[in-house]
Design a protein. Structure first.
Length: 210
């Protein structure tokens, strides 16, 4: 295993995933309190017309904050970590809990603790993912950037650069989509390598001893 390469790619994608997840959720955190968002009043209105009645203002329910499924930050971070995204559902705040988010919220509800725990778990999974992908390259091409792990990393960094610039933010989905296609290529390589190794093992066992 190439530990140095694995740790290098894991560090890059850990910083990228953590930054993009926090960036995508920054607006939502202004409305999220330390207690349960769905059960506690975030904004109380005591109007003279309504007497002593109080109303809970829920930004998720009232449309103040809407899940940005198609935001550049979400696309870049999710597509750059496609295996983790497929397993956990990645993460979008507010009204669309992912598979991982549903498990966490069943224990902590929609609180700051649950949001932080969600992001921390995703970052840990991303680190493990890239430690393995970077440490065990499936192919060794002539040009280093043609290796799927390196290529996905380059597409991710290019997407971030485009997302930071206001006029090119919408174009950042292009390298993110290319990274997704590169992951599909990586899955194909993994399947081919596994089948080839299994076939060689079968042939070795069935070959007559000399």
């Amino acid at each position: 295993m190439n530990w140095r390469r694995g740790l290098f790619l894991a560090a890059i994608h850990l910083v990228v995933a953590g930054t993009l997840l926090a960036w995508n959720e920054s607006e939502y955190w202004r409305y999220l309190r330390s207690e349960n968002l769905q059960d506690s009043p975030v904004h109380l209105v005591s109007a003279a017309f309504q007497g002593d009645q109080t109303f809970s203002f829920r930004p998720c329910d009232e449309g103040v904050f809407v899940d940005s499924w198609y935001s550049p930050q979400w696309r870049i971070s999710a597509f750059a970590n496609l295996p983790v995204s497929l397993i956990t559902g990645w993460h979008t705040p507010c009204t669309t809990p992912s598979f991982l988010g549903s498990i966490i919220e069943s224990r902590f509800h929609r609180t700051r603790i649950s949001e932080v725990l969600n992001i921390v778990i995703l970052c840990i999974l991303v680190s493990v993912e890239w430690l393995l992908v970077g440490g065990f390259p499936l192919i060794r091409p002539r040009f280093w950037w043609l290796e799927p792990g390196a290529f996905i990393t380059m597409c991710t960094l290019a997407g971030i650069v485009l997302a930071v610039i206001p006029y090119t933010a919408s174009v950042s989905v292009v390298p993110a989509s290319v990274a997704e296609l590169a992951w599909l290529y990586w899955f194909g390589l993994l399947l081919w390598t596994t089948l080839r190794s299994a076939w060689r093992l079968v042939r070795r066992r069935n070959s007559p001893a000399i």
